[in-house]
Design a protein around this ligand. Structure first.
Ligand code: NAD
Length: 496
């Protein structure tokens, strides 16, 4: 299923055959490759090489560093179809979403190229005569990237393109569930390096490994920044370990994203947004819509319309024009069933959620997306189950809706559907949604790369991608220069 694809993407057969780690496609559960898992012990050697590369790369002018990223964007454009297809085969995304993920990589390349001619600091007024102050931004060193299975290529690109224009080297530990797309990204990056010509060896490296390899990256003091994307469980382990050695981390963890659906909402828009946000990527996005907090006066109509839209959703092979592909694996299916059982125990009424196409694909896990009407925000609703389960709760007044939006441990994405300006503004105000993303009349998923991406509370607090997220990949230096013939002290201190 993948040999031809990998060949066109430049991955040698030796990298994905005869390895010790089987790779199965979630499409039908068949074995498609076996990669070599690197032992944690080999991580140190890669970090050492990246450190050497960094020491050369930091001296290359930033716009020239941007040229490498521009070339990488060019290579990605040439291979968009193949890489998108590989994302579908390995992660189970439908074709449109596989292509969309590669487009996101291309977009962040463009963003980073522009950034390479900015990386601006400030000039600051000095209180002392004949002095000036400024703020400079310098490269950090080796950036460690740990990524999740559900965005197997874009998250790496968000981090790597910014890290590279900022003058850093990168060592990437992708999910053990998606090693092939990582090998393909590495091969495409090497193609760009070939066109660039004189980049230092080992500038961006990939470690195909499991959690132990990730931990070796996390614990290494030569890695000043670890950007880790995955579950809150993973972040709970990674965050304190990096902090214990005074490293920095960008944590991009689980979400539990809600929509407030107000009585004035345009219901046509809202129902379409629910559908894309809740069932897209089979409910396996960090920004997937998991809760609808709907005004009691429109609840029955909304539930009826969403159920009818769900009943029409085409489920099946993600490459064949369906809207919902498979779950990543059996464990994911079981955790979905477990959550539905708990929801029933907690008073929920479940619609959908059953396994689909089991005869055709006994080793793959397709499900009907589930809608669960809940009597309130019970324990199971407050937990992120990484599958297409949409909990629906009714509200009576707007304060209650806002409270429900915020009363979960996670704080990634949120949205409101309303045509009432007061509600929309309150939702986005200081006393409104407590999430990193708060949208009006747009669903919770499908962010553009231009904005900073990330969330609060158990989502980890990190920001990556657009806006000024690049600052996390650099160290800030405050510079004061005295061009006078005196040595005045700050705060008027006399020290004669
Ligand atoms: P996961 O936490 O199981 O694994 C993520 C990565 O962390 C993998 O590469 C894994 O090998 C590594 N890892 C796990 N434990 C580790 C440890 N102790 N030390 C170092 N590395 C470790 O997550 P997953 O199942 O691949 O992805 C789904 C989760 O990711 C969901 O919770 C989802 O919300 C979250 N996610 C968040 C974002 C975001 O931007 N906020 C984006 C995508 C996915």
């Amino acid at each position: 299923m993948v040999d031809g694809l990998l060949d066109r993407l430049g991955v040698p057969a030796s990298a994905y055959t005869k390895g010790n780690h089987p790779v199965h496609t979630p499409i039908d559960g068949s074995l498609i490759a076996s990669v070599h898992l690197e032992p944690a012990a080999s991580v140190g050697a890669k970090i050492a090489q990246a450190q050497q590369a960094f020491e050369a790369w930091r001296n290359v002018p930033a716009p020239r560093r941007g040229e490498l990223v521009r070339l990488f964007g060019e290579v990605l454009r040439e291979h968009k179809a193949e890489l998108g297809e590989l994302v579908s085969v390995e992660a189970g995304k439908i074709t449109q979403e596989g292509l969309g993920e590669v487009q996101e990589m291309i977009d962040i390349c463009d963003f980073a190229v522009g950034l390479s001619r900015q990386l601006y600091g400030l000039t600051i007024a000095s209180e002392r005569p004949g002095h000036h102050m400024r703020e400079s931004w310098h490269p950090l060193g080796v950036v460690g990237v740990i990524s999740a299975f559900n965005f197997p290529v874009a998250v790496w690109a968000w981090n790597t393109t910014l890290a590279l224009v900022c003058g850093n080297a990168v060592v990437w530990k992708p999910s053990e569930k998606t090693p092939l797309t990582a090998l393909a990204c590495q091969a495409l990056f090497e193609k760009a390096l070939g066109r660039f010509g004189d980049a230092p060896a080992g500038l961006s490296q990939v470690i195909i490994g499991d959690r132990d390899a990730g931990q070796a990256l996390v614990d290494d003091p030569r890695v000043p920044l670890v950007s880790a994307t995955g579950s809150t469980r993973m972040g709970r382990e990674v965050g304190p370990r990096v902090a214990a050695r005074f490293g920095r981390s960008i944590l991009e963890l689980g979400g539990n994203n809600a929509m407030i659906l107000a009585p004035s909402a345009d219901l046509d828009l809202a129902v379409r947004a629910v559908l894309f946000s809740a069932v897209g990527t089979a409910g396996q996005r960090c920004t997937t819509l998991r809760r609808v907090i709907v005004h009691r006066s429109v609840k029955d109509e909304v539930v009826a319309r969403v159920k009818s839209a769900y009943a029409k959703v085409r489920i099946g092979d993600p490459r064949e024009g369906n809207l919902v592909g498979p779950l990543i694996d059996k464990a994911s299916f079981l955790s979905m069933q477990d959550a539905l059982a708990r929801a029933r125990d907690e008073g929920g009424q479940v619609f959908g959620g059953e396994r689909q196409l089991a005869d055709q694909y006994p080793n793959a896990y397709y499900v009907a997306p589930a809608i669960v009407e809940m009597p309130g925000q019970t324990e199971v609703v407050r937990h992120e189950t990484f599958a297409p389960i949409l909990y629906v709760m009714a509200y009576d007044d707007f304060d209650e809706a806002l409270r429900l939006n915020n009363e979960v441990p996670q704080g990634l994405s949120s949205c409101i559907f309303t045509t009432d300006l007061r509600e929309a503004e309150r939702f986005q105000s200081a006393a409104g949604s407590d999430c990193g993303i708060a949208n009006v009349n747009i669903g919770t998923s499908g962010a553009e790369i231009g904005g900073a991406f990330g969330g609060e509370k158990e989502t980890g607090g990190g920001r990556e991608s657009g806006s000024d997220s690049w600052k996390a990949y650099m160290r800030r230096q405050t510079n004061t220069v005295n061009y006078s013939r005196e040595l005045p002290l700050a705060q008027g201190i006399v020290f004669d």
